[in-house]
Design a protein around this ligand. Sequence first.
Ligand code: DAH
Length: 340
Amino acid sequence: MDFSKVEKIKEQAARDILEAKTTSSLKEIFNRYLGKKGIVAKQFFYLKKMPQPKRSEFGKQLNELKKSIEKRIKEKSRIIEGKDSREKRKIHKIDVSIPSKKPQLGHIHPLTKIIRETQDAFVGMGFSVEEGPEIETEHYNFSSLNFPVDHPSRDAHDTFYLKKDTILRTHTSPVQVRYMEKHNPPFRIIVPGRVFRHEATDSSHEIQFYQLEGLMVGKDISLANLKGVLEEAIKRVFGKKTVFRWRPGYFPFVEPGVEIDIACPICGGKGCSTCKNTGWIEVLGAGMVHPNVFKAAGYNPKNWQGFAFGFGIDRLAMIKYRISDIRMFYLSDMRFLSQF
Ligand code: DAH
Protein backbone atom coordinates (compact mmCIF):
# COMPACT_ATOMS: atom_id res chain seq x y z
CA MET A 1 0.00 0.00 0.00
CA ASP A 2 1.23 3.33 -1.00
CA PHE A 3 1.52 5.67 1.97
CA SER A 4 1.44 8.75 -0.22
CA LYS A 5 -2.15 7.81 -1.07
CA VAL A 6 -3.26 8.83 2.43
CA GLU A 7 -1.66 12.22 1.97
CA LYS A 8 -3.38 12.66 -1.41
CA ILE A 9 -6.78 11.75 -0.01
CA LYS A 10 -6.25 14.23 2.80
CA GLU A 11 -5.38 17.03 0.36
CA GLN A 12 -8.23 16.25 -1.99
CA ALA A 13 -10.70 16.13 0.89
CA ALA A 14 -9.36 19.45 2.19
CA ARG A 15 -9.88 21.04 -1.23
CA ASP A 16 -13.38 19.60 -1.58
CA ILE A 17 -14.35 20.80 1.88
CA LEU A 18 -12.94 24.24 1.16
CA GLU A 19 -15.03 24.52 -1.98
CA ALA A 20 -18.25 23.26 -0.42
CA LYS A 21 -20.79 26.07 -0.14
CA THR A 22 -23.90 24.42 1.24
CA THR A 23 -24.79 22.01 3.99
CA SER A 24 -26.00 19.47 1.45
CA SER A 25 -22.76 19.52 -0.56
CA LEU A 26 -20.87 19.07 2.72
CA LYS A 27 -23.04 16.07 3.53
CA GLU A 28 -22.23 14.64 0.15
CA ILE A 29 -18.47 15.10 0.83
CA PHE A 30 -18.88 13.39 4.20
CA ASN A 31 -20.50 10.38 2.53
CA ARG A 32 -17.93 10.32 -0.25
CA TYR A 33 -14.99 10.16 2.18
CA LEU A 34 -16.32 8.78 5.44
CA GLY A 35 -19.45 6.86 4.39
CA LYS A 36 -19.70 3.09 4.72
CA LYS A 37 -18.52 2.59 1.18
CA GLY A 38 -16.49 5.79 1.06
CA ILE A 39 -12.86 6.46 0.11
CA VAL A 40 -11.52 6.07 3.65
CA ALA A 41 -13.52 2.89 4.27
CA LYS A 42 -11.97 1.42 1.16
CA GLN A 43 -8.53 2.05 2.64
CA PHE A 44 -9.55 0.26 5.83
CA PHE A 45 -10.47 -2.67 3.60
CA TYR A 46 -6.89 -2.76 2.26
CA LEU A 47 -5.58 -2.44 5.78
CA LYS A 48 -6.99 -5.80 6.77
CA LYS A 49 -4.92 -7.50 4.14
CA MET A 50 -1.66 -5.87 5.17
CA PRO A 51 1.08 -7.69 7.01
CA GLN A 52 2.49 -6.39 10.28
CA PRO A 53 4.18 -4.03 11.22
CA LYS A 54 3.12 -2.04 8.18
CA ARG A 55 -0.46 -2.66 9.16
CA SER A 56 -0.34 -0.85 12.53
CA GLU A 57 1.53 2.04 10.98
CA PHE A 58 -1.03 2.39 8.14
CA GLY A 59 -3.92 1.95 10.58
CA LYS A 60 -2.63 4.85 12.64
CA GLN A 61 -2.42 7.02 9.53
CA LEU A 62 -5.92 6.10 8.38
CA ASN A 63 -7.37 6.94 11.80
CA GLU A 64 -5.69 10.31 11.70
CA LEU A 65 -6.97 10.87 8.15
CA LYS A 66 -10.49 10.06 9.28
CA LYS A 67 -10.24 12.39 12.27
CA SER A 68 -8.80 15.24 10.22
CA ILE A 69 -11.53 14.99 7.57
CA GLU A 70 -14.19 14.86 10.29
CA LYS A 71 -12.68 17.91 11.95
CA ARG A 72 -12.56 19.94 8.74
CA ILE A 73 -16.14 19.02 7.85
CA LYS A 74 -17.32 20.04 11.31
CA GLU A 75 -15.51 23.36 11.07
CA LYS A 76 -16.84 24.06 7.62
CA SER A 77 -20.36 23.14 8.61
CA ARG A 78 -20.20 25.70 11.41
CA ILE A 79 -19.12 28.34 8.90
CA ILE A 80 -21.87 27.41 6.44
CA GLU A 81 -24.56 27.37 9.13
CA GLY A 82 -23.44 30.76 10.35
CA LYS A 83 -23.62 32.04 6.82
CA ASP A 84 -26.99 30.39 6.28
CA SER A 85 -28.52 32.13 9.21
CA ARG A 86 -26.96 35.37 8.04
CA GLU A 87 -28.61 34.76 4.68
CA LYS A 88 -31.86 33.97 6.42
CA ARG A 89 -31.59 37.19 8.33
CA LYS A 90 -31.06 39.04 5.10
CA ILE A 91 -34.34 37.64 3.76
CA HIS A 92 -36.27 38.39 6.94
CA LYS A 93 -34.54 41.70 7.51
CA ILE A 94 -36.82 44.15 9.32
CA ASP A 95 -37.92 46.95 7.05
CA VAL A 96 -38.26 49.90 9.39
CA SER A 97 -39.94 51.98 6.71
CA ILE A 98 -43.05 49.78 6.72
CA PRO A 99 -45.82 51.50 8.73
CA SER A 100 -46.43 49.61 11.95
CA LYS A 101 -49.67 48.10 13.11
CA LYS A 102 -51.78 50.84 14.67
CA PRO A 103 -52.23 50.34 18.40
CA GLN A 104 -55.81 50.63 19.61
CA LEU A 105 -56.17 54.09 21.04
CA GLY A 106 -58.34 54.90 24.00
CA HIS A 107 -60.87 57.71 24.01
CA ILE A 108 -61.26 60.83 26.06
CA HIS A 109 -64.37 60.48 28.16
CA PRO A 110 -66.99 63.06 27.07
CA LEU A 111 -67.08 64.51 30.60
CA THR A 112 -63.29 64.90 30.65
CA LYS A 113 -63.56 66.55 27.26
CA ILE A 114 -66.14 69.11 28.32
CA ILE A 115 -64.35 69.75 31.63
CA ARG A 116 -61.16 70.51 29.70
CA GLU A 117 -62.98 72.77 27.25
CA THR A 118 -64.78 74.71 29.96
CA GLN A 119 -61.61 74.93 32.02
CA ASP A 120 -59.69 76.28 29.02
CA ALA A 121 -62.34 78.95 28.49
CA PHE A 122 -61.82 80.26 32.05
CA VAL A 123 -58.06 79.71 32.24
CA GLY A 124 -57.86 81.88 29.11
CA MET A 125 -59.45 84.67 31.22
CA GLY A 126 -56.95 84.35 34.06
CA PHE A 127 -58.73 81.81 36.29
CA SER A 128 -56.69 79.12 38.06
CA VAL A 129 -57.92 75.59 38.65
CA GLU A 130 -58.43 74.41 42.24
CA GLU A 131 -59.74 71.29 43.92
CA GLY A 132 -61.48 70.31 47.12
CA PRO A 133 -62.47 67.13 49.00
CA GLU A 134 -65.38 64.93 47.92
CA ILE A 135 -66.00 63.94 51.54
CA GLU A 136 -67.17 67.10 53.25
CA THR A 137 -68.48 68.34 56.55
CA GLU A 138 -71.93 69.79 56.94
CA HIS A 139 -70.21 73.00 57.90
CA TYR A 140 -68.49 73.55 54.56
CA ASN A 141 -71.23 72.03 52.41
CA PHE A 142 -74.10 73.96 54.04
CA SER A 143 -73.54 76.17 57.10
CA SER A 144 -70.59 78.18 55.78
CA LEU A 145 -72.59 78.77 52.61
CA ASN A 146 -75.42 80.42 54.51
CA PHE A 147 -77.82 77.47 54.41
CA PRO A 148 -79.83 78.07 57.62
CA VAL A 149 -79.91 75.12 60.04
CA ASP A 150 -83.07 73.04 59.42
CA HIS A 151 -83.74 74.97 56.27
CA PRO A 152 -85.46 72.82 53.63
CA SER A 153 -82.77 73.74 51.12
CA ARG A 154 -80.54 71.22 52.92
CA ASP A 155 -83.11 68.52 52.20
CA ALA A 156 -83.36 69.68 48.63
CA HIS A 157 -79.83 68.48 48.11
CA ASP A 158 -80.67 64.88 49.03
CA THR A 159 -77.49 64.38 50.96
CA PHE A 160 -75.56 61.12 51.43
CA TYR A 161 -74.56 60.99 55.08
CA LEU A 162 -71.45 58.98 55.92
CA LYS A 163 -71.81 59.73 59.64
CA LYS A 164 -73.07 62.66 61.64
CA ASP A 165 -71.67 65.86 60.13
CA THR A 166 -69.69 63.96 57.49
CA ILE A 167 -71.24 63.80 54.04
CA LEU A 168 -70.46 63.37 50.37
CA ARG A 169 -70.45 66.92 49.03
CA THR A 170 -73.67 67.78 47.21
CA HIS A 171 -72.02 70.57 45.22
CA THR A 172 -68.60 72.11 44.58
CA SER A 173 -69.54 75.39 46.33
CA PRO A 174 -67.88 74.40 49.68
CA VAL A 175 -64.51 74.79 47.93
CA GLN A 176 -65.28 78.55 47.77
CA VAL A 177 -65.01 78.84 51.56
CA ARG A 178 -62.11 76.38 51.84
CA TYR A 179 -60.17 78.43 49.30
CA MET A 180 -61.00 81.81 50.87
CA GLU A 181 -59.86 80.57 54.29
CA LYS A 182 -56.39 80.01 52.90
CA HIS A 183 -56.02 82.82 50.35
CA ASN A 184 -56.41 86.55 50.21
CA PRO A 185 -58.17 88.39 47.39
CA PRO A 186 -57.97 89.35 44.64
CA PHE A 187 -58.24 85.98 42.89
CA ARG A 188 -60.26 84.07 40.31
CA ILE A 189 -60.63 80.32 40.56
CA ILE A 190 -62.58 77.50 39.01
CA VAL A 191 -63.15 74.16 40.70
CA PRO A 192 -64.17 71.15 38.65
CA GLY A 193 -65.26 68.15 40.69
CA ARG A 194 -67.57 65.28 41.42
CA VAL A 195 -70.65 65.75 43.56
CA PHE A 196 -73.24 63.36 44.99
CA ARG A 197 -76.99 63.41 45.56
CA HIS A 198 -79.09 60.76 47.21
CA GLU A 199 -81.94 60.59 44.74
CA ALA A 200 -83.74 58.30 42.32
CA THR A 201 -81.99 58.13 38.96
CA ASP A 202 -83.59 58.80 35.61
CA SER A 203 -82.49 60.15 32.26
CA SER A 204 -81.63 63.54 33.76
CA HIS A 205 -80.64 62.57 37.33
CA GLU A 206 -77.66 60.62 38.58
CA ILE A 207 -76.49 60.04 42.14
CA GLN A 208 -73.07 61.35 41.12
CA PHE A 209 -72.28 63.99 38.55
CA TYR A 210 -69.83 66.78 37.88
CA GLN A 211 -69.91 70.47 38.53
CA LEU A 212 -67.60 73.32 37.74
CA GLU A 213 -67.60 76.00 40.40
CA GLY A 214 -66.19 79.49 39.93
CA LEU A 215 -65.32 82.31 42.28
CA MET A 216 -63.89 85.73 41.59
CA VAL A 217 -63.20 88.08 44.49
CA GLY A 218 -61.65 91.54 44.52
CA LYS A 219 -62.45 95.22 44.80
CA ASP A 220 -65.43 96.64 42.90
CA ILE A 221 -66.45 93.34 41.35
CA SER A 222 -69.99 93.72 40.05
CA LEU A 223 -72.81 91.80 38.44
CA ALA A 224 -71.63 93.30 35.15
CA ASN A 225 -68.29 91.49 35.54
CA LEU A 226 -70.18 88.28 36.24
CA LYS A 227 -72.22 88.73 33.08
CA GLY A 228 -69.19 89.55 30.95
CA VAL A 229 -67.07 86.64 32.17
CA LEU A 230 -69.81 84.02 32.02
CA GLU A 231 -71.21 84.95 28.63
CA GLU A 232 -67.69 84.97 27.18
CA ALA A 233 -66.89 81.55 28.69
CA ILE A 234 -70.14 79.98 27.50
CA LYS A 235 -69.62 81.39 24.01
CA ARG A 236 -66.18 79.77 23.95
CA VAL A 237 -67.81 76.39 24.62
CA PHE A 238 -71.07 76.71 22.66
CA GLY A 239 -70.18 79.18 19.94
CA LYS A 240 -70.18 82.94 19.43
CA LYS A 241 -73.83 83.12 18.45
CA THR A 242 -75.14 81.68 21.72
CA VAL A 243 -78.25 83.54 22.91
CA PHE A 244 -78.66 84.10 26.69
CA ARG A 245 -81.54 84.59 29.06
CA TRP A 246 -80.91 85.75 32.62
CA ARG A 247 -83.46 85.01 35.33
CA PRO A 248 -83.47 85.74 39.04
CA GLY A 249 -82.71 82.62 41.04
CA TYR A 250 -82.32 81.68 44.69
CA PHE A 251 -79.20 80.14 46.22
CA PRO A 252 -78.48 80.88 49.90
CA PHE A 253 -74.83 81.75 49.27
CA VAL A 254 -75.41 84.54 46.73
CA GLU A 255 -77.38 87.79 46.69
CA PRO A 256 -78.63 88.57 44.15
CA GLY A 257 -78.75 85.11 42.61
CA VAL A 258 -79.33 84.36 38.94
CA GLU A 259 -79.96 81.44 36.66
CA ILE A 260 -78.67 81.56 33.13
CA ASP A 261 -80.34 79.84 30.21
CA ILE A 262 -79.13 79.56 26.64
CA ALA A 263 -81.38 79.25 23.62
CA CYS A 264 -81.59 75.51 22.96
CA PRO A 265 -78.70 74.76 20.56
CA ILE A 266 -80.50 71.68 19.31
CA CYS A 267 -83.71 73.27 18.00
CA GLY A 268 -82.38 76.84 17.90
CA GLY A 269 -85.05 77.98 20.35
CA LYS A 270 -88.06 76.59 18.48
CA GLY A 271 -88.79 73.94 21.08
CA CYS A 272 -87.82 70.24 21.16
CA SER A 273 -87.66 67.34 23.59
CA THR A 274 -84.24 68.42 24.95
CA CYS A 275 -85.52 71.85 26.00
CA LYS A 276 -88.92 70.39 26.88
CA ASN A 277 -90.48 72.63 24.25
CA THR A 278 -89.46 75.82 26.05
CA GLY A 279 -86.68 76.77 23.63
CA TRP A 280 -84.36 77.40 26.60
CA ILE A 281 -81.88 75.30 28.54
CA GLU A 282 -80.64 76.22 31.99
CA VAL A 283 -76.87 75.96 32.08
CA LEU A 284 -75.81 77.48 35.38
CA GLY A 285 -76.54 79.20 38.65
CA ALA A 286 -74.59 82.24 39.77
CA GLY A 287 -74.70 85.40 41.82
CA MET A 288 -72.85 87.92 43.97
CA VAL A 289 -71.18 86.31 47.00
CA HIS A 290 -73.39 86.70 50.09
CA PRO A 291 -71.82 88.73 52.94
CA ASN A 292 -72.39 85.78 55.30
CA VAL A 293 -70.19 83.57 53.11
CA PHE A 294 -67.38 86.14 53.26
CA LYS A 295 -67.83 86.24 57.03
CA ALA A 296 -67.69 82.45 57.31
CA ALA A 297 -64.40 82.52 55.42
CA GLY A 298 -62.97 85.25 57.69
CA TYR A 299 -63.24 88.12 55.20
CA ASN A 300 -64.72 91.49 56.02
CA PRO A 301 -67.68 91.77 53.58
CA LYS A 302 -67.31 95.56 53.58
CA ASN A 303 -63.89 95.25 51.92
CA TRP A 304 -64.58 92.74 49.20
CA GLN A 305 -67.03 91.88 46.49
CA GLY A 306 -67.19 88.80 44.37
CA PHE A 307 -69.25 86.61 42.16
CA ALA A 308 -69.70 82.86 42.16
CA PHE A 309 -71.14 80.43 39.67
CA GLY A 310 -71.75 76.73 39.25
CA PHE A 311 -72.17 74.72 36.04
CA GLY A 312 -73.58 71.24 35.77
CA ILE A 313 -70.88 69.63 33.66
CA ASP A 314 -72.95 66.61 32.66
CA ARG A 315 -75.64 68.96 31.47
CA LEU A 316 -73.20 70.84 29.26
CA ALA A 317 -71.90 67.58 27.79
CA MET A 318 -75.45 66.36 27.16
CA ILE A 319 -76.28 69.53 25.26
CA LYS A 320 -73.01 69.72 23.36
CA TYR A 321 -72.85 66.05 22.37
CA ARG A 322 -76.60 65.52 22.20
CA ILE A 323 -76.80 62.78 24.78
CA SER A 324 -80.30 62.17 26.00
CA ASP A 325 -79.53 60.11 29.12
CA ILE A 326 -77.09 61.25 31.83
CA ARG A 327 -76.60 57.64 32.95
CA MET A 328 -74.69 56.87 29.75
CA PHE A 329 -71.68 58.74 31.17
CA TYR A 330 -71.25 56.25 33.98
CA LEU A 331 -71.90 52.90 32.30
CA SER A 332 -68.42 52.37 30.77
CA ASP A 333 -70.13 51.09 27.64
CA MET A 334 -67.54 51.01 24.85
CA ARG A 335 -70.18 51.51 22.16
CA PHE A 336 -70.94 54.86 23.75
CA LEU A 337 -67.42 55.88 24.76
CA SER A 338 -65.71 55.05 21.48
CA GLN A 339 -67.73 57.79 19.76
CA PHE A 340 -65.65 60.48 21.45
N1 DAH B 1 -74.12 74.95 44.06
C1 DAH B 1 -75.29 75.16 43.24
C2 DAH B 1 -75.96 73.81 42.95
O1 DAH B 1 -75.37 72.81 43.16
C3 DAH B 1 -74.90 75.80 41.94
C4 DAH B 1 -74.48 77.21 42.13
C5 DAH B 1 -75.44 78.25 42.10
C6 DAH B 1 -73.16 77.54 42.43
C7 DAH B 1 -75.08 79.55 42.27
C8 DAH B 1 -72.79 78.86 42.62
C9 DAH B 1 -73.78 79.86 42.56
O2 DAH B 1 -71.54 79.20 42.91
O3 DAH B 1 -73.39 81.15 42.74
O4 DAH B 1 -77.08 73.81 42.53
